[in-house]
Ligand binder design. Structure first.
Ligand code: ADP
Ligand code: MG
Length: 312
């Protein structure tokens, strides 16, 4: 069974149980309305040694930052402001001293940078390998929540940054080249927290998520949740320096925001975004009323069997 097949199975298995006000499984965060027009959002992400990182290829300080960054990215992708985290660590004996201390300093650095409280967690010994689990909590006005399910046919599809650097970095790391700029970018994702909160307040944006598994995989989540199709022009995918288009579309862990917006408002939105953040929002395609993902090049169909990451 694939990762997403297993998640669908879990959803079905628990469908008849009470929801206690939670919106169902399937978005970047779980949403719990708490009254007075506000909701809390919750997300959790795990980093396992040998799967998500190689110990010799990353410093513990970088890993401390990254384990928080990937969760803040999910909170921001709803339009929410991250407020707190829970951190669980399963640590082998040889990481108990300096490694763990350095990890916590990295986690603290990013917590401070984004004003996020470490509210709790769990610490255990591990028999094999480091496992890190972070849960992040955010707050948001109900009216600002951006879901994967809001895309409408005709919407412009936009990405909030260049793609492919992290994927190129992963390739470097797997080839034993740990000290390239791309490898450093892979280890140091920058969550678009201010951007996500700002985009959350824009009603012309209909759907949003963060790009963790690659555009080719993540756009399919918006398609499925929204019941729409998508057409992406590969010539318009913004390439990070040194990245080829396939890596930009299929490589994971760029942690840029992916959104769909009313076409009539998209130019204005992009201009306002640039004025606010100094970087463009890149239009890469549009939402269709089919159920297919189509790749285009200069407006012409290209038959490409491109997929992103799964981790399971
Ligand atoms: P993201 O990439 O944004 O972290 P994923 O694609 O990993 O999100 O997860 C898709 C959805 O499935 C999310 O809503 C997530 O909460 C849910 N999910 C993943 N694994 C599980 C699990 N073991 N139990 C319940 N829900 C899960
Ligand atoms: Mg996500």
């Amino acid at each position: 069974m694939t990762e997403f097949g297993f998640i669908d199975h879990i959803k079905e298995l628990f469908a008849a149980l009470p929801d206690n006000g939670f919106e169902g499984i399937g978005d970047d965060c779980a949403v719990l309305p708490v009254g007075e027009g506000e909701s809390l959002v919750f997300t959790t992400d795990m980093l396992a040694e040998g799967v998500h990182f190689l110990r010799p290829a990353t410093s513990p300080r970088e890993l401390g930052r990254k384990s928080l960054a990937v969760n803040l990215s999910d909170v921001a992708s709803m339009g929410a402001r991250p407020v707190g985290t829970l951190l669980s660590l399963s640590l082998p004996a040889d990481t108990a001293g300096t490694w763990a201390e350095e990890f916590m300093l990295g986690y603290r650095e990013l917590s401070e940078a984004f004003g996020v409280t470490l509210a709790g967690g769990d610490t255990t010994r591990s028999a094999a390998g480091i496992t890190i689990n972070v849960t992040a909590i955010g707050r948001i006005a109900d009216a600002h929540i951006k879901r994967r399910s809001g895309a409408r046919p005709g919407d412009a599809i936009l990405v909030a940054g260049e793609l492919g650097l992290s994927g190129a970095g992963l390739r470097d790391i797997l080839a034993g080249r740990y000290d390239t700029p791309a490898a450093a970018a892979h280890r140091n994702p920058q969550p678009q927290v201010a951007e996500g909160i700002w985009l959350g307040a824009r009603p012309e944006i209909h759907a949003m998520m963060d790009l963790s598994d690659g555009l080719a995989s993540d756009i399919r989540h918006i398609m499925e949740r929204s019941g729409v199709g998508a057409a992406i022009d590969i010539g318009r995918i913004p390439l990070a320096q040194g990245a080829d288009v396939e890596t930009a579309a299929c490589g994971g862990e760029d942690y840029k925001l992916l959104l769909t917006a009313d076409t009539a408002a998209a130019d204005r939105l992009a201009a306002d975004f640039r004025a606010r953040f100094g970087t463009p929002l890149h239009p890469v395609g549009h939402i269709t009323d089919s159920d297919k993902l189509e790749w285009l090049e200069n407006g012409r169909p290209r038959a490409l069997d491109w997929h992103g990451f799964t981790h399971y």
